[in-house]
Design a binder for this molecule. Structure first.
Ligand SMILES: Nc1ncnc2c1ncn2[C@@H]1O[C@H](COP(=O)(O)OP(=O)(O)OP(=O)(O)O)[C@@H](O)[C@H]1O
Length: 351
């Protein structure tokens, strides 16, 4: 549905926001662009919308090359971070605005606005101005406006970022259900990995104007292709510890661990294991990272434990009532099959 090939955007002044980027998004997909601030997510989204002119490369939508097509002729609807509602227009007029621009007859646009408003539970608010609405209601109006013109593609730029934590979760569920129902190809930008994992069918992780990995949430979470993706994904950061292969095992932070396949003797590696897949032992284990319990952080139903070793920190998540005492000795033991081994920053195997 959307194909991006060799897309490069260099801004005046020389910032290379997109660097020869390739991406294909399928019909009906809910697709997330995820990455740290400044990696080029918004520039990519705006380029698909036609709001940025690429320096080079091509963009196709539904089989048509739209690279030089004006935004209004691309059949996409974009919802911005700040919703960009017109303050002087009521909700009904805001929703119907794109239809007015397209010169849809008045009766048709009013009927369409009412229908969409009903679907997004906005019927009682049609006569209000944006200034008289809550953040969540404004977000629904912005969505209604995007839905009203039945575009082929929705583009969302951090649509939930202005909402408080609780509203954000509600709006997230709502957005997912809406996309399921409408089945419209949707690209959304977020820097919140939890949001991307929860909403998207597939995720592209970006860094410095390039895509580092594309995959389903499960693939990205369980098999991050690089240490950059590994450190970026997950509600608690993955433990990433330097080590070396030797004598058929991996020597990492005072532990001897099973090695994946045959690594050359002395090969430097980075060993990655999520705190959720790290168990704590109060007795010495050769396959555990030794340390002293330094910090306990309550995560609700679980606790994040930080162990401090001679020259490493390791974190483990333990269940309710299983927290060790601060200051005691412990060994953090990676669960078999759950650890990832990186060579030169790239995933080399699981162990
Ligand atoms: N109009 C512009 N002129 C010059 N540089 C720009 C312009 N717009 C963006 N940039 C730069 O391009 C790079 C990518 O910006 P972009 O807004 O796409 O990042 P982002 O991943 O969306 O970041 P954020 O999550 O902070 O919104 C950044 O270095 C930014 O400073």
């Amino acid at each position: 549905m959307i194909s991006v090939h060799g897309l490069t955007k260099v801004f005046p002044g020389g910032v290379r926001a997109l660097d020869s980027l390739d991406l294909d998004i399928g019909e009906g997909e809910f697709f997330a662009l995820l990455g740290p601030s400044g990696c080029g997510k918004t520039t990519l989204l705006r380029s698909i919308a036609g709001l940025e002119t690429p320096t080079s490369g091509r963009i196709g939508i539904g089989g048509t090359d739209v690279t030089t097509l004006a935004p209004g002729r691309r059949d996409v609807a974009m919802v911005f971070q700040d919703y960009a509602l017109f303050p002087h227009m009521d909700v009904a007029a805001n929703i119907a605005y794109p239809l007015r621009i397209r010169k849809t007859p008045r009766a048709r646009r009013e009927a369409r606005a009412a229908e969409v408003a009903d679907r997004l539970s906005l019927t009682g608010l049609l006569g209000r101005r944006p200034g008289q609405l809550s953040g969540g209601q404004q977000q629904r109006v912005a969505l209604a406006r995007a839905v009203a013109c039945r575009p082929r593609v929705f583009l969302f730029d951090e649509p939930l970022s202005n909402l408080d934590a609780r509203l954000r979760l509600e709006a997230r569920t709502f957005l997912k259900r809406l996309q399921d129902e409408l089945g419209v190809t949707t690209v959304f930008v977020t820097h919140d990995q939890g949001e991307a994992l929860a909403l998207a069918h597939r995720i592209a992780v970006m860094d410095a104007g390039r895509i580092v990995q594309v995959g389903t949430p499960a693939e990205i979470f369980h098999r991050p292709a690089t240490t950059f993706v590994a450190s970026f994904i997950g509600s608690t950061p993955m433990n990433l510890l330097p080590g070396r292969a030797g004598d058929g095992v991996l020597h990492v932070a005072g532990a001897a661990l099973p090695a994946p396949g045959d690594l050359p003797e002395g090969e430097p590696i980075v060993y990655g294991v999520r705190p959720e897949y790290t168990d704590l032992s109060a007795t010495r284990r050769d396959d555990g990272f030794p340390g002293e319990v330094a910090v306990l952080e309550n995560l609700g139903a679980t606790t994040l434990v930080t162990l401090e070793g001679p020259d490493h920190l390791v974190q483990a998540v333990v269940g309710e009532g299983r927290e060790p005492a601060v200051g005691t000795a412990a060994w953090a033991v990676p669960r078999r099959g759950r650890a990832l081994v990186y060579r030169d920053g790239r995933l080399a195997g699981q162990a």
